[in-house]
Design a protein around this ligand. Structure first.
Ligand SMILES: NC(=O)c1ccc[n+]([C@@H]2O[C@H](COP(=O)([O-])OP(=O)(O)OC[C@H]3O[C@@H](n4cnc5c(N)ncnc54)[C@H](O)[C@@H]3O)[C@@H](O)[C@H]2O)c1
Length: 280
């Protein structure tokens, strides 16, 4: 049974997954190589929790409890847990190296879950010493609010691994959905045209990005594509587009956008850098 969760990567997703897990009584270790990101994650959680207190959704005592259950660490030897959820940079070799290091530190049953949005979980698992303990646990942004978790099984994942992930997701009040390890899984595959067609319209000068967002939001979408890409992070969203495009044999309709590539090259990643399509 999972009691302690180690979340690796204290960025957009890691900090939100850590808070969500602590809000559901898990002991949480939040690990990042960058201590500045750990400090930023802690400050972000304090501010989120403070706003929940102000809205009378939780008490000040609950808010303090949630924070006290999270340990912020930058030493991998402190990452001892029943379940690891990695939410680090979207590069397969870095994720594999991290899992192999964590497998050394942890006990033989520790589950190694990846929050990757687009990489092949099977390819990651193949290179990890314990492929049977690897699976995908794909949260949506922000993980404190979004209910869906895609659980990605590989041909190597054993039953205990999938059961532990599904059970933990349920305990976090999420809705786990089992899916195949196919490019973009389900949601990111279906959502690709939402971003890419909007980018094409802006690229061709048909209209500007603010108008596209305003119109789509007026039709009922919670967030227009550009506002959403800024929330996700343009680096992550672009990496997903490239990954899905390559994995599906480079179909013309899914070609990644030069506008987004330029945003990434200029460091205009969205909310996390203070500037993307919009300024924050
Ligand atoms: N952003 C989203 O909306 C979203 C949604 C679902 C899944 N994801 C996935 O989650 C993962 C993280 O995305 P993000 O948007 O949170 O990224 P991010 O850039 O906001 O954060 C990544 C963090 O990982 C840390 N890091 C990098 N290498 C590390 C290592 N070797 N060990 C420990 N920490 C390391 C960085 O310091 C940074 O704090 C990616 O795999 C992405 O595909 C992202």
């Amino acid at each position: 049974m999972v009691q302690t969760i180690c979340v690796c990567g204290a960025g957009t997703m890691g900090s939100s997954i850590a808070q969500a897990a602590s809000q559901h009584q898990f002991h949480v270790i939040l690990y990042d190589v960058n201590t500045g990101m750990l400090a930023k994650a802690k400050a972000g959680m304090q501010s989120n929790l403070q706003s929940l207190v102000q809205k009378n959704k939780i008490t000040a005592e609950t808010s303090a409890d949630i924070l006290s259950r999270i340990q912020f660490v930058s030493d991998i030897n402190d990452c001892l847990a029943d379940l690891i959820i990695e939410a680090i940079v979207e590069k397969p070799e870095v994720k594999v190296a991290l899992f192999n290091q964590l497998a050394e530190v942890n006990h033989s049953e520790t589950v190694l879950a990846t929050n990757t949005s687009s990489l092949s979980v099977t390819e990651i698992a193949k290179k990890v010493k314990h492929p049977e303990r690897v699976a995908g646990m794909h949260f949506f942004n922000p993980a404190t609010i979004m209910k869906l978790v895609e659980v990605v099984k590989t041909p190597f994942s054993n039953e205990q691994t999938i059961d532990a992930i599904v059970q933990t997701a349920r305990q976090m009040d999420k809705t786990p959905v089992l899916c195949e390890d196919s490019p973009g899984f389900i949601v990111n595959h279906v959502a690709r045209p939402y971003y890419l067609e909007a980018l094409k319209l802006a690229e061709q000068g048909v209209t500007d990005f603010q108008t596209i967002d305003t119109l789509l939001e007026a039709t009922g979408f919670k967030m227009g594509p550009f506002r959403l890409m800024d929330l996700i992070g343009n680096d992550i969203n672009y990496a997903v587009s490239c990954q899905v495009y390559e994995a599906l044999g480079k179909p013309e309709r899914l070609q990644p956008s030069p506008i987004q590539k330029e945003k990434v090259e200029n460091g205009h990643l969205g909310r996390k850098t203070g500037k993307g399509y919009y300024e924050y």
